[in-house]
Design a protein around this ligand. Structure first.
Ligand SMILES: [Zn+2]
Length: 281
């Protein structure tokens, strides 16, 4: 971690070893060379479970064992499980071979506990991740999750209504579903909760401009809330702009607990318990 001296460390928040980072990209080149330290800082900051998103097959095949080794080698072992999915931004890599491999891992790898992150991303114009290509793959993966009885992790950016419509059409109400990187209003949160789904908040919820997201937290029952990093991106305050990693989830917990007038340790443990229950760890 750069600039160690100048920023408060997550260990200083002194949270119990009950938390979870429900959404990490540990195989990103920014984190991969540093996994033993990343895991030991996570454990030292109270993160007892990390849910890693495995996206394209090549990255899964290349890094699965390294991640498991790093988790097991941590002085205080951190639970690690995977989600496996085709991200809408990877849609140009989608073909039948990729599908076969994804479906195989989702069904047969005991460490794969969810299908994700999947959904719609309309942030970029057509060309980089053509919108029309995203939808059939999103539906196909939702059907796979239902067939296998696995929970789903949703990625939806600039595509709120369309995502909702597809989830409705695919009969996902009441299914164990986690809306990752929530950035909406209280109204959005209420709509998600009404469907019986969970909501995960990350570092962006701590940014000054995102007051409406912090207010939306009041609309999320404590048994439906999770915390995440989406690392290596979107580090919470006061680490914003630096590399994100699971240990920093602690700052998001502290910020949201402040907003709710709650004990940070209580929110931390509740969100960690929710992740364990949801992912079946
Ligand atoms: Zn992600």
């Amino acid at each position: 971690m750069p600039s160690k001296k100048s920023l408060p460390q997550p260990q200083s928040l002194d949270l119990p070893f009950t938390g979870a980072d429900s959404h990490a990209h540990l195989d990103d080149p920014a984190l991969l060379p540093d996994l033993p330290e990343v895991f030991s800082r996570a454990a030292g900051s109270g993160v007892s479970l990390i849910v890693h998103m495995f996206l394209l097959h090549d990255r899964y095949a290349a890094n699965r064992q390294a991640l498991l080794d790093a988790a097991a080698g941590c002085p205080r072992p951190v639970d690690l499980c995977f989600a496996r999915g085709l991200h809408p931004e990877d849609i140009l890599h989608a073909d039948e071979e990729e599908w076969e491999r994804l479906a195989w891992a989702a069904e047969h790898d005991p460490k794969v506990c969810a299908v994700g992150e999947i959904g719609l991303d309309y942030h970029y114009e057509e060309g980089y991740s053509p919108h029309a290509m995203q939808e059939p793959w999103f539906r196909r993966q939702l059907r796979l999750a239902k067939k296998l009885g696995k929970p789903v992790v949703i990625h939806s950016r600039d595509a709120w209504e369309r995502t909702f419509a597809i989830l409705d059409e695919e009969g996902m109400r009441g299914w164990p579903l986690l809306w990752h990187c929530f950035g909406g209003s209280a109204g959005h949160a209420e709509r998600i909760i009404a469907c019986g789904w969970h909501i995960a908040l990350g570092g962006a919820a701590t940014y000054k401009a995102n007051q409406s997201v912090r207010e939306a937290v009041r609309s999320i029952p404590l048994d439906k809330l999770m915390l995440e990093t989406d690392c290596p991106y979107l580090a919470p305050m006061p680490w914003r702009g630096r590399r994100n990693e699971p240990a920093l989830t602690a700052f998001t917990a502290a910020c949201l607990a402040g907003e709710l007038g709650m004990d940070p340790a209580e929110l931390w443990t509740a969100a960690g318990d929710n992740a364990r229950r949801f992912f079946g760890v």
